[in-house]
Ligand binder design. Structure first.
Ligand SMILES: [Zn+2]
Length: 459
């Protein structure tokens, strides 16, 4: 869609950056859903290190399902207040591993001024009081969040009085991005940051509704928001004199034609799905599904293979991943490929074509890291092209777009970078995990050990 929009000259701000800089395709992490991908952008790590496994997952220690917002119906089904607490506070403070340093923490530790607007993985070094009164009760909200010094999150936290209005209800017209653009303009006008993450989610929202081929108007609005940042600096040249910029998406989207219900493959077992008012006592398995991936957690002693084999021939299922004897197993119907890390590469046995690189970019690293996430299910499912898994609220995006699988369409991201003095030091096969190390290298800051640092600081 970006290339289509650039060809038609409908994206003037991105067109300028494209002209002035570098444009490459990169690969996101897996599952290719927003909480996982944004956390990978912020931490420079895959889920094995950062700990956020999916949009919906089973919290083994708390014996409950975490639902970050697959749909309003899914949020209601899981419990609205708990879901809001999970997505606003618990994700950044409790679910993102303390061992995974965020780009904000790493830069603020070096004395740099950081900002984040509407970005879910915001953890930083400054305490920000919540703007709303804190509801009392068992499931307490946080009274404050730790974010970067300049911190704006959907009107709940605002480190500075910018006067920007937020209107959630007019979201289809792009109101969330308009709020971000207002604040971004305010910050650029004041030269109020060294490093800023500016997140524009409205395009994803529009593309889910109408499908990836129909959302160019929403991409034009995202482009206009980027244009406002440049205008606030006095124009594109002044903007690129002052800043280096990387524009990317956190995942792709593909068209959805058919819907599957993942729990049905486990109908012979007692399945827990996390609906509010139920608990996992007596259940054999937890099944969590959303968009184009799903997971199964064994509550008893069923070997992962037994759960995985139940998915053979299930509607909508492409790849089924699990671990066995220290190896990862990729299964499609009855075909299998086994692999494990070996000396900087991969040791393979079975049908290599099951994970070929054109169909599943960076498939080995992403599948391995997803399975190694301590919060992931024993079995992870990647949907077939055109299919989606119904969420906890029975919602889906048939007729629209979705993402989440290991397939290239969901996984490929555009990266436009401009304003770097000596070229953009990205590797040839850029991964979403290269972006945080890239930002650190720009400021001459060494990447911490938790980041998959293929981009190194020259300072
Ligand atoms: Zn989405």
């Amino acid at each position: 869609m970006l290339e289509h929009g650039l060809d038609q000259a409908r994206l003037p701000a991105l067109g300028l950056l494209h002209e002035a800089g570098t444009y490459v395709h990169g690969t996101t992490t897996f599952p290719s859903v927003t909480p996982v991908c944004l956390t990978s952008i912020a931490t420079g790590a895959h889920p094995d290190v950062h700990g956020v496994p999916h949009l919906v997952w089973y919290h083994r220690a708390e014996r409950r399902v975490v639902e970050y917002g697959s749909s309003f119906a899914a949020v209601r089904a899981a419990g609205t207040r708990r879901s809001m607490r999970d997505s606003i506070f618990a994700m950044a403070h409790e679910h993102v591993s303390r061992d995974a340093l965020t780009v904000f923490e790493a830069l603020e530790d070096e004395g740099l001024e950081c900002g984040a607007i509407n970005f879910t993985c915001y953890r930083g070094r400054t305490r920000h009081a919540l703007k709303l009164p804190v509801p009392a009760g068992r499931n307490r909200w946080y009274e404050a969040a730790w974010g970067p010094r300049r911190f704006f999150f959907f009107n709940l936290y605002e480190s500075d009085p910018t006067g920007a209005p937020l209107a959630i209800r007019s979201r289809p017209e792009g109101s969330i991005d308009a709020y971000a653009a207002n604040i971004g303009r305010w910050l650029v006008t004041r030269d109020g940051f060294d490093f800023l993450v500016f997140y524009l989610p409205d395009y994803d929202y529009a593309s889910h509704l109408v499908g990836p081929e129909g959302a160019l108007a929403a991409l034009e609005r995202a482009d206009a928001s980027i244009g406002e940042l440049m205008a606030a600096a006095g124009g594109p040249e002044e903007f690129l004199d002052r800043y280096a910029i990387v524009v990317c998406s956190d995942h792709g989207q593909t068209a959805v034609e058919r819907i599957a219900r993942l729990p049905e493959a486990f109908a012979d077992l007692a399945v827990f799905t996390g609906r509010r008012g139920t608990d996992p006592a007596g259940a054999d398995v937890v099944v969590t599904a959303s968009n184009r991936s799903g997971m199964a957690y064994a509550l008893g002693d069923q070997p992962p293979r037994e759960l995985a084999e139940r998915l053979d021939g299930s509607p909508g299922v492409d790849l089924v991943l699990f671990r066995e004897d220290e190896e990862a197993v990729v299964r499609r119907s009855r075909e299998e490929l086994r692999f494990a890390p070996d000396n900087g590469g991969w040791r393979l046995s079975g049908d290599e074509q099951l994970l070929d690189a054109a169909t599943y970019p960076n498939g080995f690293e992403r599948a391995w890291s997803a399975l190694a996430c301590p919060n992931a299910g024993e079995v992870i499912v990647s949907a077939a092209a055109g299919w989606e898994f119904e969420d906890l609220g029975h919602r889906h995006h048939v007729g629209g777009g979705s993402h989440g699988s290991l397939l290239a369409g969901d996984s490929t991201i555009p990266i436009v970078a401009a304003g770097f003095d000596a070229g953009v030091p990205l590797p040839e096969d850029p991964s979403v995990t290269d972006l945080a190390p890239l930002a650190l290298s720009h400021f001459g800051v060494e990447a911490p050990a938790s980041m998959r640092a293929r981009v190194r600081s020259s300072a």
